[in-house]
Design a protein around this ligand. Structure first.
Ligand code: LUZ
Ligand code: MOS
Length: 770
């Protein structure tokens, strides 16, 4: 089935925040944000801004009637600055004017002076100074310290991965409208309607039942709107509360890039020990997460880095420690993969380091260590592994051996172009790592004309979750898709939602939808049995026809629904689903946190231009574990998009903050994201299907985040291509592998162990083709 939004998308009729018709008298917001990364506010003069044309009102933290506090996990984040600013882009003053332009013009008239404080941008320095968001955590299994002595080879090093802009096509934004009795309705471009409602209640000082959040769809979220959409919704709501007027704020691209958090950069140290036959015997890693100025979701992101620190490998002795480091950068946040990619990158670097030193393809080590059924992850859960199946299939259908020999042949024949091949297996745990968040609700109404309306807590953000919800209802009722509508996500219809995140949205909300539809179906069967004088167990409903056993009757779905109504039988059902079996004990750092895992193997082939350092990703092929896919198009779309987004993170997207903590890559002119031309020439995705029972909705495994991690393969394929030109070069593990870094590495003379981090510091004068 096609994505149900495809036609309205194509016609430009789909409704995003900016498509909601505004009410007469709507006012517009803009935020004056901190120009410095750390300091004490010594003077704040808004008098000129107040006199600026079209300005209606200016708000500071003093106007907040509830608490000036928006921290979700830890209460450490204000909506509007009080005495201290601790990152560039921190909101200080909220300006409301008659138009968007006038509000922005007034921002420029705010006078704010600071006495500067020390600026920290490096997570390792933050850690040394004891600036941590939460105490460090360690996940471990076996006994690493004892295991080193049994290792034939030991390698150590450092691995860095940079942040990533979410670059959703629709920027952050909200529209708040006053309702009667002091209530407020907020249209918010959020992945977490309940987060906006809950935090809104706290900031405005009113009960949650006074705040209605409504979301039709987002133009992309990728985690950026899991927590950080709240800020903009509450800016509008704060103004609406005071002015009793509708207020809208849709950030422009530069505001969005400057004031919202990104993927967390990580700096890590690793140590890996292998046996003579390349089994990983021991792995130790220390991860320094750059959290930015406040906690936001960083503790949870850090936790997922630890969960995924051994990727899809069985490591008998492992010890991974992570620090969430407080720096003076915009608070970093959820981003597709949620720390998993960062953790996985480190062990892949360790394996690459070992392979490069031993002079073998990394794939030899990767393949030997894939998780088998029953192997334990370092947090205690036992794997139901598809890792070997996916790898073996990939090896066979993509002719991996031939890909390697073709690249070698090519490299023999060409001096100025080199090819590199790399394999990237993935393993991603499905469920919110915080067990309590794994619950969802659905509300299903059958109307008297036989049409069906479904509401859930799922937010459609382009990922196709509404299409999957519709499919679930279609399957249970045996109705055509036209008979069913998925309605907006609304906190007055569905309460206490978890954000649409963790790849778990379709599973959680789909299971609740399934349960609600099933309950209605059972009820309708009783009505049919009564009307037809038949045994309820013998009633079937197929394609809008009612059957007794295999015998079709004259009764239709529409008639049955009407009979039920006439008998005063409820045609509505609200269901609640909570993932069974999952648990985690943070004291022991052990448990069974995930409903299941998603596996897969991707194979990358790249070509670099050895004069220019530029490159093309020639092909990405993947065997991806879907369980039993209920929607081939949606799932393939997620794989393709995830892979390209992952390649972007690993190759071209380079966030640059200067030493003053100012974002230099602050627009699309200075921050490069993959476009249609950077999509791999060949993108070939095979689904690995399996009959094994899982906790996914209709056995169709979650697909949102896992494919992003295939993109890590691009980084290693590029390294391999560089090493075909400049053998034995020591390239620091420092993603993204931009063309600039490729060029530096091609001509780098660094051949000894990377004591010093950063080949990119090589002087240009040293560049000389060998
Ligand atoms: N959000 C969250 C997530 O709150 N908890 C998670 O475990 C998670 N995982 C992936 C993406 N978002
Ligand atoms: Mo997410 S990173 O699943 O919002």
């Amino acid at each position: 089935m096609k994505n149900i939004d495809s036609i309205s998308h194509l016609r430009g009729e789909s409704v995003y925040l900016d498509d909601i018709p505004t009410i007469d008298g709507t006012l517009y917001a803009a935020v004056f944000d901190s120009p410095i990364a750390h300091g004490k506010i010594t003077k704040l003069d808004i008098s000129a801004a107040e006199k600026s044309e079209g300005v209606v009102r200016i708000f500071t933290h003093k106007d907040i009637k509830g608490e000036n506090q928006i921290g979700g996990i830890i209460p450490d984040e204000v909506l509007l600055a009080e005495e201290i600013v601790d990152f560039c882009g921190m909101p200080i003053v909220l300006i409301i004017a008659e138009t968007d332009e006038l509000a922005k013009a007034a921002c420029r008239k705010v006078i704010c002076e600071f006495s500067p404080l020390e600026i920290i941008t490096d997570p390792r320095i933050a850690q040394q100074k004891g600036k941590l968001i939460i105490p460090p955590r360690t996940f471990q299994t076996g006994n690493v310290d004892d295991a080193w002595k049994d290792c034939a080879y030991i390698f150590e090093g450092r691995a860095d991965s940079n942040g990533q802009e979410h670059l959703y096509i629709e920027t952050q934004g909200a529209y708040a409208v006053p309702l009667e009795n002091g209530a407020i309705k907020i249209y918010s471009s959020t992945q977490g309607p309940t987060a906006v409602q809950r935090t809104g209640a706290r900031v405005l000082g009113i009960p949650m039942h006074q705040i209605e959040i409504d979301v039709t769809r987002l133009g992309g979220g990728f985690g950026g709107k899991e927590d950080q959409a709240t800020t903009w919704a509450l800016m509008c709501a704060l103004a609406t509360q005071h002015l009793r007027k509708p207020v809208k704020y849709a950030l422009d691209r530069m505001e969005d890039m400057r004031m919202t958090g990104k993927r967390h950069p990580y700096s890590s140290d690793y140590k890996i020990g292998l046996s003579k036959d390349l089994k990983i015997l021991a792995y130790e890693a220390t991860l320094y997460q750059n959290a930015g100025a406040c906690a936001d979701l960083s503790p949870a992101v850090m936790e997922r880095s630890l969960f995924h620190s051994t990727n899809s490998y069985f490591v008998p002795n492992a010890k991974c420690t992570a620090y969430s480091c407080k720096t003076n950068l915009v608070p970093n946040t959820a981003f597709r993969g949620f720390g998993g990619p960062q953790g996985m990158f480190v062990i892949e670097c360790a394996i690459a380091k070992a392979a490069e030193t031993l002079g073998i393809p990394a794939a030899e080590i990767q393949k030997k260590n894939l998780l088998c059924d029953g192997d334990e992850f370092l947090y205690g859960q036992k794997a139901e592994s598809e890792a070997n199946e996916c790898w073996n299939k990939a090896e066979e259908i993509f002719e991996l051996e031939k890909m390697y020999t073709d690249a070698e042949d090519f490299n023999q024949k060409n001096t100025l172009y080199k090819k590199g091949v790399a394999v990237m297996p993935i393993c991603f745990g499905i469920s919110f790592t915080k067990t309590i968040m794994n619950q969802a609700r659905a509300l299903v109404h059958i109307y008297t004309d036989g049409s069906v309306g479904v509401s859930t807590g799922a937010v459609e953000m382009g990922q196709g979750v509404n299409t999957k919800m519709l499919q679930v209802a279609c399957i249970v009722f045996s109705l055509a898709p036209e008979r069913i509508r998925i309605h907006s996500t609304n906190t007055f219809r569905i309460a206490n939602t978890s954000p649409s995140a963790a790849s778990a949205t379709a599973d959680l909300n789909g299971k609740a939808t399934y349960m609600a539809c099933e309950a209605l179906l059972e009820r309708l069967k009783l009505v049919a049995a009564e009307e037809l004088l038949a045994d309820p167990a013998s009633i079937k409903i197929i394609n809008e026809k009612i059957y007794i056993g295999d015998k079709e009757t004259d009764m239709t779905w529409n008639q049955l629904v009407w009979f039920a109504y006439m008998k005063r039988v409820s045609l509505s059902e609200h269901a609640h689903y909570a993932t069974p079996e999952i648990n985690f004990d943070p004291k022991k750092e052990k448990g069974h946190p995930f409903a299941y895992h998603v596996y897969g193997t991707s194979v990358f082939s790249v070509t670099i231009d050895c004069l220019r350092g530029t490159y093309t990703i020639d092909s990405v092929k993947a065997v991806h574990d879907v369980g039993k896919s209920i929607n081939f198009f949606v799932d393939r779309g997620q794989c393709e998009g995830g892979i390209v987004q992952g390649i972007g993170w690993m190759t071209m997207e380079e966030i640059v903050f200067d030493k003053e903590g100012k974002l230099r890559s602050n627009a699309l002119s200075t921050y490069k994201v993959p476009d249609i031309y950077s999509v791999p020439k060949e993108l070939d995705i095979h689904f690995h299907e399996s009959d094994r029972k899982n906790l996914a909705v209709l056995n169709s495994k979650a697909v949102g985040e896992p494919p992003l991690m295939y993109g890590i393969g691009a980084y290693f394929a590029l390294r391999n291509a560089v090493r075909a030109f400049n053998p034995d070069v020591q390239i620091p593990f420092d993603a993204p592998m931009t063309p600039e870094k490729v060029l530096m590495a091609l001509y780098s003379k660094e051949k000894t162990a990377d004591k010093k981090h950063g080949a990119a510091t090589l002087a240009a004068a040293q560049l000389k083709p060998k």
